[in-house]
Design a protein around this ligand. Structure first.
Ligand code: BTN
Length: 253
């Protein structure tokens, strides 16, 4: 990767032609890795998504990378890193590719209703301390063919704009924005900037969605994304409720 414009994020890059999963690699190495290390692979043989799902990561077609961090923040704030990553991906795609993708809070980035990017943030932590945190980002960039099972729900940048895109340019820009938003968070203790971007690119703000918690499904209107990165919802019974990421799935767009 040339032209990197960051201070810490991606200063150390570990590159693979092939690996099981960049997130799993980070987990295996744990604290042997330094803060800001970026692990990136041309393909993943066992790419993982949320909820134990598989994440297709064909060779050379996408960005399959993990950002390894050691933030001094309470473990409960770890989910904010997902939103920092989502904001970095959406604003980069707008600036580099010229299309506006949308964030399906908190983990998915979609275009025309189909998923284009997923984020899997995992951490090793005790009650009060994060040992390390891994932000796994998978972006379908140049994939032109999706299998029948997923072609209704998945897309790529190339499919949407009709031409391929340089992955290095995307990676360098994503890491640059990620670092800016991350530093802003660590220095100020707030993710205001990130939330402003997440709201601008939100797929669910001012929409009715289903909030799925275990076996219960409730419908509500998303009226805000708070400065903490939670959803402020107006529920069917007329009451307002704050929904934290991690505890729920959002459906029905
Ligand atoms: C999801 O949408 O469920 C999250 C997908 C996350 C995929 C990325 S690709 C790089 C990193 N390594 C993995 O095994 N998964 C994440």
């Amino acid at each position: 990767i040339g032209r990197l414009q960051t201070q810490t994020i991606g200063r150390n890059i570990i590159y693979f032609e092939s690996i099981d999963s960049t997130n799993d690699y980070c987990k295996q190495k744990g604290n042997d890795l330094s803060h800001g290390t970026v692990v990136i692979s041309e393909e993943q043989l066992l790419g993982r998504g949320r909820l134990g799902r598989a994440w297709a990561s064909p060779k050379g077609e996408g960005i399959w990378m993990s950002i390894f961090l050691k933030p001094h923040i309470p473990p409960l704030e770890g989910t904010k890193l997902t939103q920092i990553a989502a904001a970095a991906v959406c604003s980069t795609i707008r600036n580099v590719v010229g299309i506006d993708t949308l964030i399906k809070w908190p983990n998915d980035i979609v275009f025309n209703g189909k998923k284009l990017c997923g984020i899997l943030t995992e951490m090793s932590a005790e009650l009060n301390e994060i040992h390390y945190l891994i932000v796994g980002v998978g972006i379908n960039v140049n994939t032109l063919y999706f299998s029948e099972e997923i072609s209704d729900v998945a897309t790529s940048i190339a499919v949407e704009i009709g031409k391929t895109v340089d992955r290095k340019t995307l990676v360098t820009n994503i890491l640059k924005v990620f670092e800016e938003l991350y530093e802003d968070f660590i220095i100020k203790g707030s993710i205001k900037k990130t939330i402003a971007i997440c709201k601008e690119f939100s797929a669910i703000l001012n929409k009715k969605v289903n909030i799925i918690r275990g076996n219960s499904i409730k419908e509500g209107l998303v009226i805000d994304i708070t400065e903490e990165g939670n959803l402020l919802m107006l529920m069917e019974n007329g009451e307002k409720e704050v929904i934290q990421s991690g505890e729920v799935s959002v459906r029905g767009l």
